[in-house]
Design a protein around this ligand. Structure first.
Ligand SMILES: Cc1cc2nc3c(=O)[nH]c(=O)nc-3n(C[C@H](O)[C@H](O)[C@H](O)COP(=O)(O)OP(=O)(O)OC[C@H]3O[C@@H](n4cnc5c(N)ncnc54)[C@H](O)[C@@H]3O)c2cc1C
Length: 602
C-alpha cells in the first residue's frame, strides 16, 4: 500500500510556469525530441505563432523527417494504406492532392497512384504519405529559415536522456552526439513497441513492425492476436508472402495460394470476435474539431461536480446533441438509454451476424455512403466523441474512466477504426479462399512460450471449453499499448522525480478506501487522506506539461509521445490528436491575448 504526497490537486490545469517575453531577449530555445508527424504538426504550430523569437532544434534518430513510424519502412510496406484521406488531415503547407499532382511519375507508378484520378477523398499508400509529410517538413523548415528562425535538424541523433535543471532554469537534452540546453523541450518520440519474446523465440513477433520481418513464406497456420488495423497490416503482408490477389474484370478480388504454401492460413484472435468497421464518408471531414468542450464549460461543470467532469456530460454534449441534429430518427431510438445500454444495443446488433457476413454488409453500407457522399451519422458522432473526450478525460473520476474502458471504448475502437476499402476487400477475399478466419477468445486468453520454445495460445471458447493450440508463428497485433512510467526511455525524468504516474481521484472514497485496505496496489492514498486510482502513463496538465509528484510543473517539458500518456488520453486518434495537442502546447508557450488563444484553440 502506498501513501502519496501530492499537495496540489493533480488534475489542476497548471499553467506554464515560465512564460517567455521576447522583446530584446535571446530567442526561446526549443528542443523537439523525435522528428515524426507530431513533431511536424508541432513545428507548424510554432511557426503559426508568427512573430515569436524562437530557435528550434529537432533530434531525429533516423535519417528522415516527417514520416515517423507508420509512414516509413519502420511501419509500412507498399501494401499498407492510411485510414485517412487528404481532406481529413490537418492543414500543412500544401494539400495531398496538390502534392500528388507535382510528384514524379515514377514514384506514383511505383505506388500505383494515378494523379489524374486522385483527389483528397482517397486514402493512399502509407509510404507515399510519408514522403508527403517529409516534403511538408522540408518546406516548413525553409519557410522558417526565410523568416530568420534558426532551425537545426540533428539527423541520426537518438535522445537518450532529458534532464530538467531547476536551478539553472534549463532543460538538457542528452543525445548520441552530446548534450544541448533548452528553455523548452517537447517530446514527440511517438510509438514504442517493447519486445518480450521477439528475437529470442523463433516465430514469435511482439508486433508486426517493421512489417518486412513478416514478408517471408510461412507454410503453416499463423496466429494473430487482434483483429483491427494492426492485425490487417500483418495480414496484408503475410498474404502477399504466400500467394497473390487477383482482380477480375468486374472488380472482384480473389486470393490464390502459392503452390509452395499449401498449409498457410491465418486466424485472428479477438476478445469480442468483431472485425473493424469500414471507412465511410464523413460529413465533417475534420470530425467537428470545434466539438471539444471549452475550458470554461469544463471548469463550470467540474465546479458543480466535486471537481469531476462526468462522462455522461461528455456523452451528452459530444454524442447525443450532435446526433439529434444529424440523425433525429436514430437519436429518438437511443436518447433515453444510458451509455451502457447504448453500447449493449449496438454490440448486440453486431452479434446478430457472423463477423464476415457483417463485414460484407458494412462494405456495401460504406460504398453507398462514399458514392452518395452521405455519412453514417451515429458512427461519425462516435468518432467525434472519441476525439472530443480525449482532451478532458484527465478530469474524469476513476469510476467514469473505468466505465469508459469497459463499456464505451470497446465499441468506439471497433467503429472508428475506419478500415480502408482495399484492406477489407482483401480480408473478404482471404476469408472466401478459406485462408483467414476470426475467433472470439474473451478476456482471459493467454499466449505462453514453453520450455521447448513452443508458442501455445490458450483460451476458453463460447461453450466454456478450454482450447490450447501450438503455433509456429504468432504475431501480436493488438496495436500500440499504453505504456507505464517506468518504460519512459529518459532515465533522469524518473530518477529526479520530474515526472509522476497518472492518477484519477475516486468519486466514491469509501469504496476506494476498502480497495486500498484490501491491498489493491492500483489504489493510492494521498497525504490528505483521499484515494486515487493509478492509470497508465504519466501525469500531464491541460497543456501537456509533465507534472511531478506534487502536481507541479517547471513548465519546461511537454510530453506528446502517446504511449506514455495513455492514462489521461484514452484514445490514440492519430494525426488529428497530434494537431490538437500541438495547438495547446504552442498556446501555453507564448503569452498571447485570450482572444488569440481562443482562435488558436478552435
Ligand atoms: C501502423 C500505424 C498506422 C497508423 N495509421 C494512421 C493513419 O492512417 N491515420 C492517422 O491519423 N493515424 C494513424 N496512425 C496513428 C499514428 O499514431 C500517428 O499518425 C503518428 O504516427 C504519430 O506520430 P508521432 O510523431 O507521434 O510518432 P511516430 O510516428 O512514432 O514518430 C516518432 C519519431 O520520433 C523518432 N524518435 C523516437 N525516439 C527517438 C529518440 N529517442 N531520439 C530521437 N528520435 C526519436 C522516431 O524515429 C520517429 O521518427 C497509425 C499508427 C500506426 C502505429
Amino acid at each position: 500500500m502506498k501513501t502519496f504526497i501530492r499537495c496540489l490537486s493533480y488534475n489542476m490545469a497548471a499553467p506554464s510556469a515560465v512564460p517567455h517575453m521576447h522583446l530584446n531577449s535571446a530567442p526561446l530555445k526549443i528542443g523537439i525530441v523525435g522528428g515524426g508527424p507530431t513533431a511536424l504538426l508541432m513545428f507548424k504550430k510554432l511557426l503559426d505563432h508568427g512573430d515569436q523569437h524562437i530557435s528550434v532544434d529537432i533530434f531525429e534518430k533516423k535519417q528522415l523527417l516527417g514520416a515517423g513510424m507508420p509512414y516509413s519502412r519502420l511501419g509500412a510496406l507498399d501494401e499498407h494504406v492510411t485510414n485517412v484521406s487528404g481532406n481529413e488531415i490537418p492543414a500543412l503547407f500544401s494539400s495531398v492532392e496538390e502534392w500528388i499532382a507535382k510528384e514524379h511519375l515514377h514514384t506514383l507508378n511505383r505506388f500505383k497512384v494515378d494523379a489524374s484520378n486522385f483527389n483528397d477523398y482517397k486514402v493512399l499508400p502509407r509510404l507515399l504519405f510519408g514522403r508527403y509529410l517529409s516534403d511538408q517538413f522540408k518546406e516548413l523548415i525553409s519557410r522558417a529559415k526565410q523568416a530568420n528562425i534558426a532551425v537545426n535538424v540533428h539527423y541520426g541523433c537518438e535522445v537518450t536522456d532529458i534532464i530538467d535543471d531547476e536551478k539553472a532554469g534549463v532543460c538538457h537534452v542528452v543525445h548520441t552526439n552530446g548534450i544541448h540546453p533548452f528553455d523548452r523541450v517537447i517530446v514527440c518520440s511517438g510509438h514504442h513497441w517493447p519486445k518480450r519474446h521477439e528475437g529470442k523465440v523463433t516465430g514469435y513477433f511482439d508486433s508486426p513492425y517493421p512489417p518486412e520481418k513478416l514478408a517471408h513464406r510461412t507454410d503453416h497456420p499463423v496466429a494473430i492476436r487482434g483483429s483491427s488495423l494492426t492485425a490487417i497490416d500483418a495480414i496484408r503482408t503475410l498474404a502477399r508472402a504466400n500467394g497473390t490477389f487477383e482482380k477480375s474484370e468486374n472488380g472482384d478480388l480473389t486470393y490464390i495460394l502459392d503452390n509452395e504454401s499449401p498449409n498457410f492460413s491465418m486466424l485472428m484472435h479477438s476478445r469480442s470476435g468483431f472485425l473493424p468497421a469500414v471507412r465511410f464518408h464523413l460529413e465533417d471531414s475534420h470530425l467537428s474539431k470545434d466539438a471539444v468542450l471549452s475550458a470554461e464549460e469544463i471548469a463550470s461543470v467540474r465546479a458543480e461536480n466535486a471537481g469531476f467532469l462526468p462522462l455522461n456530460h461528455v456523452f451528452k454534449r459530444n454524442f447525443l446533441e450532435p446526433l439529434q441534429v444529424a440523425d433525429p430518427a436514430f437519436y429518438a431510438q437511443i436518447k433515453d438509454l444510458s451509455i451502457e445500454q447504448f453500447v449493449e444495443k449496438m454490440m448486440a446488433e453486431r452479434e446478430l451476424l457472423s463477423p464476415f457476413d457483417l463485414l460484407a454488409l458494412e462494405i456495401k453500407e460504406a460504398s453507398r455512403s462514399i458514392r452518395e457522399r452521405k455519412s453514417v451519422n451515429w458512427k461519425e458522432m462516435l468518432a467525434v466523441l472519441s476525439y472530443a473526450m480525449n482532451y478532458p478525460a484527465k478530469h474524469f473520476s476513476a469510476e467514469d474512466m473505468h466505465r469508459l474502458k469497459v463499456s464505451l471504448m470497446p465499441l468506439i475502437s471497433v467503429v472508428i477504426a475506419f478500415a480502408p476499402q482495399s484492406s477489407v476487400n482483401e480480408l473478404m477475399a482471404l476469408y472466401q479462399a478459406g485462408i483467414l478466419n476470426i475467433i472470439s477468445v474473451g478476456d482471459n486468453s493467454e499466449v505462453v512460450v514453453n520450455e521447448n520454445g513452443e508458442i501455445i495460445y490458450t483460451y476458453t471458447d463460447a461453450s466454456g471449453k478450454t482450447i490450447s493450440t501450438t503455433y509456429q508463428t504468432f504475431v501480436d497485433a493488438i496495436g500500440q499499448s499504453h505504456l507505464e512510467m517506468k518504460d519512459i526511455p529518459y532515465p533522469s525524468l524518473l530518477s529526479a522525480g520530474t515526472i509522476s504516474p497518472a492518477m484519477l481521484k475516486f468519486n466514491d472514497q469509501l469504496f476506494a478506501q476498502k480497495s486500498y485496505e484490501s491491498g489493491d496496489e492500483k489504489v493510492i492514498k494521498y497525504a490528505d487522506g483521499s484515494y486515487y486510482q493509478l492509470v497508465t502513463g504519466i501525469a500531464i496538465n491541460d497543456h501537456f506539461q509533465v507534472l511531478d509528484r506534487y502536481g507541479a510543473t517547471s513548465g519546461r517539458i511537454y510530453m506528446l509521445a502517446v504511449p506514455y500518456i495513455g492514462g489521461y488520453n484514452p484514445d490514440f486518434s492519430g494525426l488529428d490528436f497530434g494537431e490538437a495537442a500541438a495547438k495547446l502546447v504552442a498556446a501555453s508557450m507564448f503569452p498571447i491575448q485570450k482572444s488569440l488563444e481562443d482562435e488558436l484553440l478552435t
